[in-house]
Ligand binder design. Structure first.
Ligand SMILES: *[C@@H]1O[C@H](CO)[C@@H](O)[C@H](O)[C@H]1NC(C)=O
Ligand SMILES: CC(=O)N[C@H]1CO[C@H](CO)[C@@H](O)[C@@H]1O
Length: 307
């Protein structure tokens, strides 16, 4: 099976776990802390690997010393970065403050105009290698050109590449990307910004905006599960959430949902409702522990497709 290509960002997260939220202008110690690789497409790559897919990541890498942590982690997990361009600039990072008692997470991003991968970089990739390309909704002007290149590839070749989009920000700018995709995962936060009250309403309203080339739309809605709208049948389906006994770490739950969905649809060839169900299971399992490694266990303990 051809690998999945994930296009987007990889950043460093500096995470501290605290007993309560720090007061301004104080000096204090945390309970625990770690540096880790973050960024949406980067996290989707991690979870796809843990589920057993072959994955290439495509995003801007940095020659800066601090970036080694990210490269080592990508390498250790067997995520291929051979097509990535490099910059001398320092990588973007986020400071994350987790409060143990409440589980709240406060995130401050520092991006400093770090360059994003361009269509020109993308055009050097031999797309024949891939069966699925997943995009983070960023830098719409470049992303739209990359998606058109994939569509052009699909017109010229028998083996079609499936396109998915993680749509979580900048509604107006990223909306034109939807019509070029097979699957769009649309976030609850962005739906709320649009004034859409439910996941059903979000699927229907988004489909209305994207007509006539409407993709299948998936809308995860926190602990009520996720709703999907099938592009071919126009059927709406509601998949329940799987809440673990204890919620430990919700960072990256959305990215785990995304990876679960891609894995179920592509590797297991599941129907849209089944793939959404598996995505809900992966996300529910993810939040039961810190990090992602326990997701591999989920796969090992169960027959594929039976997670
Ligand atoms: C990506 O995963 C890391 C590790 O769990 C997490 O700290 C980070 O918040 C996630 N980033 C995003 C954008 O989801
Ligand atoms: C571009 C994009 O989709 N960014 C999202 C990455 O994930 C975080 C957390 O889920 C969102 O807040 C971002 O909008």
């Amino acid at each position: 099976m051809n690998p999945v290509l994930c296009v987007g960002c990889t950043v460093i997260d500096f995470v501290t776990i605290n007993d309560n939220f720090p007061e301004e202008d104080t000096d204090r110690r945390c309970l625990d802390g770690f540096w880790q690789r973050g960024g949406n497409a980067s996290n989707v790559s991690t979870v796809l690997r843990l589920l057993g897919s072959d994955v290439d990541f495509f995003g801007m890498l940095s020659h800066a010393g601090a970036f080694r942590v990210l490269l080592d982690d990508l390498h250790r997990r067997g995520i291929d970065v051979q097509h990535c361009p490099h910059t001398e600039m320092d990588p973007p990072f986020s400071s994350v403050i987790i409060v143990k008692a409440t589980g709240s997470r406060t995130i401050v991003h520092c991006n400093k105009n770090y360059p994003y991968v361009t269509w020109q970089d993308f055009s050097k990739i031999d797309l024949k290698r891939y069966g699925w390309i997943h995009f983070e909704a960023r830098k719409a002007s470049e992303t739209i050109k990359m998606m058109r290149a994939v569509q052009e590839h699909n017109r010229m070749n028998e083996e079609r590449i499936i396109i998915s989009l993680d749509f979580e920000s900048l509604f107006e700018a990223n909306l034109p990307l939807c019509g070029l995709c097979d699957y769009v995962v649309f976030s609850k936060e962005l739906a709320n910004q649009q004034g859409w009250q439910t996941a059903q309403e979000t699927c229907t309203e988004l489909a209305h905006r994207v007509k006539p080339n409407c993709p299948s739309i998936i809308c995860p809605w926190g602990n009520t599960g996720a709703v999907c709208l099938d592009a071919t049948t126009q059927n709406l389906h509601n998949g329940p959430a799987y809440e673990p006994k204890q919620i430990v770490d919700t960072l990256g739950a959305g990215d785990s949902f995304m990876a679960g969905f891609i894995y179920a649809t592509y590797a297991l060839r599941q129907s849209l409702p089944d793939a959404v169900d598996l995505a809900n299971r992966v996300a529910g399992h993810k939040i039961s522990q810190f990090g992602y490694d326990h997701i591999a266990q989920l796969q090992k303990d169960n027959k594929p497709g039976n997670i």
